[in-house]
Design a protein around this ligand. Structure first.
Ligand SMILES: C[S@@+](CC[C@H](N)C(=O)[O-])C[C@H]1O[C@@H](n2cnc3c(N)ncnc32)[C@H](O)[C@@H]1O
Length: 327
């Protein structure tokens, strides 16, 4: 079922050439525009009243939560999994760390961080050895299940993660994924409703702060960075995975064509939702250039600020450390 209006959008998009038009097939100019100072009162390419952006963003994620994971796989041809794996590896969470994963959504990063911190060398879970019962298939199965549960209970504790996100629907999907992975996963993640601008966490309470594909949804970027700095312990690490400005001119053209022509129609066909996926591609264009974002991190107080562009050049990992304040 495709609503009539969205059907028209689909036809308009297919029949027009955005490359020859000053506006895209969505009727808005495609350029990088971001308010100086990082206070973003835009919703994609649309200007909205301050305070309205968060409500609109929440509507998007509450709407797409059930198709979010499958759409990520389709839109990126599975690449988002590689980017997230690289992100988790570079964050390198250690057992015992308290991690806050902001904009954690459906939990990919939280689960990845837990897995990583448990699989550090020398911390593999004990092997399962099945003792035969009365020799029947059922008795083997029961014994195997008992021993898997025992091995899981004995599994070395990794880090613990607090996911903070304003969308209960996204977190419900995440929480179900964590439960499906086993009780020790589920019990190591705390799901907190909240916003990056005002985290429900104490000062200097986290060893690691992560945020993946969430920063561009926030309204007050300098405020988010100051808040990240507040909740980190001295020497704590900040890590942000986000789409970036594409530097390669050829890739940039192909990426624009793909983003504006393919993603919203794909959103409509798979998730029955054009507008949310149009917001997604527009919000990427509104995010500050990577060098500008690095400067914003320095202004918020982070040290050793760096970024790494991931293949093929459409997203990057920003990182920095909170150093202890010198009295
Ligand atoms: C694109 S999803 C990313 C989810 C997950 N981190 C991932 O990589 O798959 C963006 C998430 O940001 C959340 N979000 C929106 N506004 C936010 C805010 N102000 N603070 C924190 N999270 C926010 C949304 O609810 C959504 O779950």
């Amino acid at each position: 079922f495709i609503p009539k209006m969205q059907c028209r959008q689909l036809l308009r998009c297919i029949s027009r050439s955005p490359a020859t038009s000053s506006s895209s097939c969505f009727g808005v100019a495609r350029r990088q525009i971001h308010q100086p100072g990082g206070f973003d009162t835009s919703f994609g390419f649309e200007e909205v009243e301050p305070g309205q952006k968060q409500d609109r963003v929440n509507q998007v994620f509450n709407r797409v939560s059930n198709s979010y994971d499958v759409m990520n796989d389709l839109m990126s041809a599975g690449l988002h999994r590689c980017w997230k794996r690289r992100f988790v590896a570079s964050a390198n969470p250690r057992p015992g760390w308290r991690v806050v994963d902001v904009a954690g959504g459906t939990g990919d990063i939280a689960l990845g961080l837990l897995e990583w911190s448990r699989k550090l060398p020398g911390r593999a879970p004990p092997p399962v050895r099945v003792a035969p019962g009365d020799g029947s298939v059922d008795s083997f199965r029961e014994a195997a299940e008992r021993q898997t549960a025992a091995a899981e209970a004995e599994a070395p504790a990794g880090c613990t993660v607090s996911v903070v996100d304003p969308s209960p629907s996204m977190m419900q999907v995440g929480s179900a994924k964590a439960s499906a992975k086993g009780s020790t996963f589920a019990s190591s993640i705390q799901w907190l409703e909240g916003r990056a601008e005002s985290l429900p966490l104490d000062e200097a309470s986290s060893d690691l702060y992560t945020i993946a594909f969430g920063m561009r949804n926030c309204t007050d970027l300098p405020g988010v960075l100051r808040e990240a700095h507040r909740v980190l312990k001295p020497y704590g690490r900040f890590a942000c995975l986000e789409f970036c400005s594409v530097e390669n001119p050829l890739l940039s053209i192909l990426y624009d064509e793909y983003s504006f022509r393919v993603i919203p129609p794909m959103g409509l066909l798979v998730a029955g939702d054009w507008d949310s996926y149009e917001y997604l591609v527009e919000s990427i264009r509104r995010f500050p250039h990577q060098t500008l974002f690095a400067n914003m991190m320095r202004e918020a107080g982070f040290s050793a600020v760096n970024y790494e562009v991931l293949w093929p050049g459409v997203c990057c990992i920003h990182s920095g450390y909170k150093l202890p304040s010198v009295k």
